[in-house]
Design a protein around this ligand. Structure first.
Ligand code: C2E
Ligand code: MG
Ligand code: MG
Ligand code: MG
Length: 295
């Protein structure tokens, strides 16, 4: 009857909640030691220019292997933000990403305008020493004069919510050192777009949720076209995330978005695989389809 069922449901539900809490505590203490144990690594996902047919940069994406399990950043980044661990972890990401770029340059894999994209959480961006620490890392990793334009910080719209004197200073200090700024997951955040004219931004990254169904869904296609028009009107570059199919790429190119990132170009990969990827790029199916499609 209903009473016993209700009780059963309750008794089933409680341990599930406890398990969730236990997992959280486990991950939290695991994350505290992840850095020293060497459990954190970076993957890199190329960004491709389909008109120049070359790579323009790569995004660094954090990976955590904990006790034989790969934990998704969508699970552990929020934990890192809540615990403050995002600060040391974020600095490790930036330093490791820049050192990787320097190594790729030395191997002759990338030229001087190839950039590294690094994701930045609001908690990092709002820290009063963020600009200073970032500049220190840049100076440490890149010898004099090799710095400008190599670091692109990917901020979510929530970083741009409160245009304060403080955040303006952060932007300007980094800007002066040649750091570039991209708005990540553009279109999924807040409808107040006034931040677009308040801050020195360089790139809008069209969120993958719009790209996924842009062929079948007229609303998604319309939103993408509007974002591209707005980016161009504001003098910003625009790149599409989550490009998985040739149809996506073709649609985006025709809509005026020539910068692509997604599984179609490549999945995020360890730094050691990047050399092979670059060498095989001339044989990438995307290149031949592209040249056939050019009108
Ligand atoms: P994001 O910055 O928007 O990164 C894009 C996510 O989409 C990545 O997931 C990437 O692996 C995935 N992706 C790329 N191409 C495709 C595609 O064609 N199809 C599909 N379905 N997915 C694609 P990932 O690596 O799991 O990262 C998730 C999020 O975690 C990132 O979203 C970013 O917000 C955050 N994150 C990752 N690394 C860092 C980091 O070092 N610091 C901070 N603060 N956040 C990070
Ligand atoms: Mg990103
Ligand atoms: Mg994104
Ligand atoms: Mg995202």
């Amino acid at each position: 009857d209903a009473k016993t069922q209700g009780r059963n449901t309750y008794r089933f539900y409680e341990p599930a909640l406890q398990q969730l809490g236990a997992r959280r505590l486990n991950l939290e203490s695991g994350l505290k030691r992840a850095q020293e144990l060497g459990e954190l690594t970076l993957n890199f996902q190329p960004k491709y220019d389909c008109t120049r047919k070359c790579l323009i940069g790569a995004e660094a994406l954090l990976r955590w292997q904990h006790k034989d399990e790969w934990i998704s950043p969508t699970e552990f980044i929020p934990l890192a933000e809540e615990t403050g661990l995002i600060l040391p972890i974020g600095e490790w990401v930036m330093e490791t990403a820049l050192n990787t770029l320097v190594a790729w340059r030395q191997q002759g894999l990338v030229d001087s305008d190839f950039h590294i994209g690094v994701n930045v959480s609001p908690a990092q961006f709002w820290h009063h020493e963020f600009a200073e620490r970032t500049l220190t890392i840049l100076q440490r990793c890149l010898p004099e004069g090799q710095g400008p334009g190599v670091l692109e910080l990917e901020l979510t719209e929530s970083c741009l919510l409160r245009p304060s004197e403080e955040s303006r200073k952060t932007f300007n200090a980094l800007r002066k050192a040649g750091v570039r700024f991209a708005v990540d997951d553009f279109g999924t955040g807040y409808s107040n777009l006034s931040y677009l004219k308040q801050f020195p931004l360089d790139v809008l990254k069209i969120d993958q949720s719009f790209v996924r169904d842009c062929i079948e869904d007229l609303s998604d296609a319309t939103i993408i076209r509007a974002i591209i028009a707005m980016a161009h009107g504001l003098g910003l570059a625009v790149i599409a995330e989550g490009v998985e199919t040739f149809e996506h790429a073709e649609f985006l190119k025709q809509a005026g978005c020539k910068l692509l990132q997604g599984y179609l170009v490549a999945r995020p990969m360890p730094a050691e695989q990047f050399g092979d990827f670059c060498r095989e790029l001339p044989q990438h199916p995307l290149l031949s389809i592209e040249s056939r499609a050019v009108r």
